[in-house]
Design a protein around this ligand. Structure first.
Ligand code: MSP
Length: 484
C-alpha cells in the first residue's frame, strides 16, 4: 500500500471574491499534491472556506444578504476559480457545515477537559481585517494595524480564553524536537523568537450577535467560537476528526500551506491547541510569501487586487500557472506586473517549449512519415540529464518551484540547441536515418520534459505525451498562441 499524504491550504474568508494571492497559494498546493501523487502517494488535498467571522458578517450586511447567502454566493466564485485553475483538491471544508461544527465542538471539549480554557472579562482592541485582538505593540506609531492601515476597535466582552501563555515551555520544547516544523528557516526563527518573548492568552469566544453566525460554544449557547479557533480545526475536519481521524489515516497532516501573515496562527496557536488537546501536530507548516503590487501586499482590504480572470483571459490557464510559479518564488514576496508576464510568456512558452514541440513534430511528420521509435521512460541520450535530475527533485521537494521550472527550461534549451546544432532539415537531404535519430532523441527529451512538467502544467504535459504517442505523429497546433 502506498503511504498517505495530507496537504491542507489556508481557508479563505468569503467576504469578497478571490484574488491572485489565493490563486497562487492553491497553485503551489496543487503542484505539491500532483507531485506526491506522481510519486505514488495516496493523497488527500484539503481546501475549504472560512465562512464565519465578523468580516463575513459585515460583508453580508453590506450586500443585504444573510451570512449564509453571502457565503453561498461567494463560495461558488472561489470553487469556480479553483476548478478553472485545475486545482485538483479532494475535500472542501466549509466551516459552516455540520461536520465542521461537530469537529470544532469536539476539539473545544478536549481543550476544556484539559483545563486550557477559562471564562474571563476582556477589554481590548480588535482588528476586523485580521480577525484578531491587538496589543499596543502590534500597532504602528499612529495606532493603526500595519496590515490594514485602520485603527482597531475597542471591545469589552465576557469571553472564554485559551490559556496560550501556559504553553510557552511546551511549545519551545516541541520546536526544539521538531526542527522541520516550519519552513523556510527564517519564518521558523521568527516564531521561536515570538514565543520566547512570552505569550498572551487568546480570547476564544465572543457573544453571539443577532445573526447567530458561528460555531456555538458547547454549554454556553450565548457564545460563538472566535473565528480562528473554529477555522484552524478545518484541517482536522478534513482528516476525519473526531470519529475517523485514525481510521482515515491522514493525520498528522504532512504539510499545511499558508501565507506568512498567518504563520503565527498556525505555528504557534494551532500547535499549542493540538498539544493541549493531546493530538498530533502537522509535520510541517510551509509558509509562502505574498504577491505584491508596488511593494504592498495584494489584499481585498487594501483594494489593490489583480483579478486572476484577467491573467487567464490573456495567457490561458496553464500559462497563468507557469507565470505565477516562475515569477513568485514560494519563499519571497514577488512584485508582479503584466510586462514581466508578457516577456516570460513569449520567451519561455511561445519560443521555448511551444516552438520545440511544434518543430519537432513537424519534422517527425516530414522526415520520418510520423513514425519514430520513442519508448516511454526511455533514458534520454543526453549527457546532461544526470546533472539535472537531482536539482529538479531537490527543488520541487523543497517548494522551490521557480528553480524546478528553471531546470526543466534548461532541458528545453538543450533540446532546442540539439536541433539547431544538427539541423535535421539539412541532414535529411543526405542521411535520413541520421536525421530521424536526432528527432528520436529530442522526442525522448520531450517525454521527460512532459513528465517533469506534469505537476506544474498538467494539460500541457498531457498534450505533449499524446502528440508523441500518436500514430502517426503529426505536426501539432501551437501550444501557446502569440500575444496580440
Ligand atoms: N481565513 C483565514 C485563514 C484561515 S486558515 C485556518 C485567512 N483568509 S484570507 O482569505 O485572508 O487568506 C487566505 C490565504 O491566502 C492565506 O494563506 C493568505 O496568506 C493568502 N494570501 C492572501 N493574500 C495574499 C497575497 N497577496 N499573496 C499570497 N498569498 C496571499 O487568512
Amino acid at each position: 500500500m502506498s503511504r498517505s499524504f495530507f496537504l491542507g491550504t489556508a481557508i479563505p474568508y468569503l467576504n469578497g471574491v478571490p484574488h491572485l494571492g489565493h490563486a497562487l497559494e492553491w497553485i503551489y498546493a496543487d503542484v505539491i499534491t500532483r507531485y506526491q501523487r506522481q510519486q505514488g502517494r495516496q493523497v488527500r488535498f484539503s481546501m475549504g472556506s472560512d465562512d464565519h467571522g465578523q468580516k463575513v458578517i459585515r460583508a453580508a450586511a453590506a450586500s443585504q444578504r444573510s451570512p449564509q447567502q453571502q457565503t453561498d454566493v461567494v463560495l461558488e466564485v472561489f470553487q469556480g476559480l479553483a476548478q478553472q485553475l485545475e486545482v485538483d483538491y479532494d475535500t472542501w471544508t466549509r466551516t459552516s457545515s455540520p461536520a465542521h461544527h461537530i469537529a470544532a465542538q469536539a476539539l473545544w471539549q478536549r481543550l476544556a477537559a484539559a483545563g486550557a480554557l477559562e471564562l474571563r472579562k476582556y477589554d481590548g482592541l480588535y482588528c476586523i481585517g485580521c480577525e484578531a485582538f491587538k496589543t499596543e505593540k502590534d500597532l504602528t506609531s499612529d495606532g493603526l494595524c500595519p496590515d490594514h492601515q485602520v485603527p482597531p476597535e475597542p471591545r469589552s466582552e465576557q469571553n472564554y480564553f485559551f490559556k496560550l501563555s501556559s504553553y510557552q515551555d511546551q511549545l519551545l520544547a516541541y520546536y526544539e524536537q521538531h526542527p522541520q516544523l516550519v519552513t523556510p528557516h527564517e519564518k521558523y526563527a521568527e516564531m521561536k523568537q515570538f514565543v520566547a518573548a512570552g505569550l498572551e492568552d487568546v480570547s476564544f469566544s465572543r457573544v453571539k450577535d443577532e445573526t447567530g453566525w458561528g460555531v456555538l460554544v458547547p454549554d454556553a449557547p450565548d457564545q460563538v467560537m472566535y473565528v480562528w479557533c473554529d477555522a484552524l480545526v478545518n484541517y482536522l475536519t478534513a482528516a476525519g476528526f473526531p470519529d475517523n481521524l485514525e481510521s482515515d489515516g491522514y493525520w498528522p497532516a504532512d504539510v499545511i500551506v499558508v501565507g506568512k501573515d498567518i504563520n503565527r496562527f498556525h505555528s504557534v496557536l494551532f500547535t499549542a491547541m493540538l498539544l493541549a488537546a493531546d493530538l498530533p501536530v502537522p509535520t510541517q507548516f510551509a509558509v509562502h510569501g505574498h504577491i505584491m503590487v508596488n511593494g504592498q501586499k495584494m489584499s481585498k482590504s487594501l483594494g489593490n487586487v489583480i483579478d486572476p480572470a484577467q491573467l487567464i483571459d490573456r495567457y490561458g490557464v496553464e500559462a497563468t500557472r507557469y507565470l505565477l510559479l516562475r515569477e513568485v518564488p514560494f519563499r519571497s514576496d514577488g512584485d508582479v506586473s503584466l510586462e514581466q508576464f508578457d516577456a516570460r510568456y513569449t520567451a519561455d512558452l511561445c519560443n521555448g517549449l511551444g516552438n520545440l514541440l511544434s518543430r519537432t513534430t513537424n519534422m517527425i511528420e516530414k522526415y520520418a512519415q510520423g513514425k519514430i521509435n520513442i519508448k516511454d521512460q526511455a533514458v534520454v541520450g543526453n549527457a546532461d540529464l544526470r546533472s539535472l535530475q537531482d536539482p529538479y527533485t531537490e527543488a520541487i521537494s523543497d517548494y522551490k518551484f521557480h528553480l524546478a521550472l528553471e531546470v526543466i527550461w534548461q532541458l528545453i534549451a538543450q533540446a532546442n540547441q540539439t536541433i539547431d546544432d544538427h539541423k535535421p532539415w539539412e541532414l535529411a537531404k543526405t542521411d535520413t536515418a541520421a536525421a530521424v535519430l536526432i528527432l528520436e532523441g529530442v522526442g525522448r527529451d520531450l517525454l521527460l520534459i512532459a513528465h517533469w512538467l506534469t505537476p506544474f502544467m498538467p494539460q500541457t504535459a498531457e498534450i505533449i505525451i499524446q502528440a508523441l504517442h500518436a500514430k502517426p505523429i503529426l505536426k501539432t497546433q501551437p501550444l501557446f498562441p502569440r500575444l496580440t
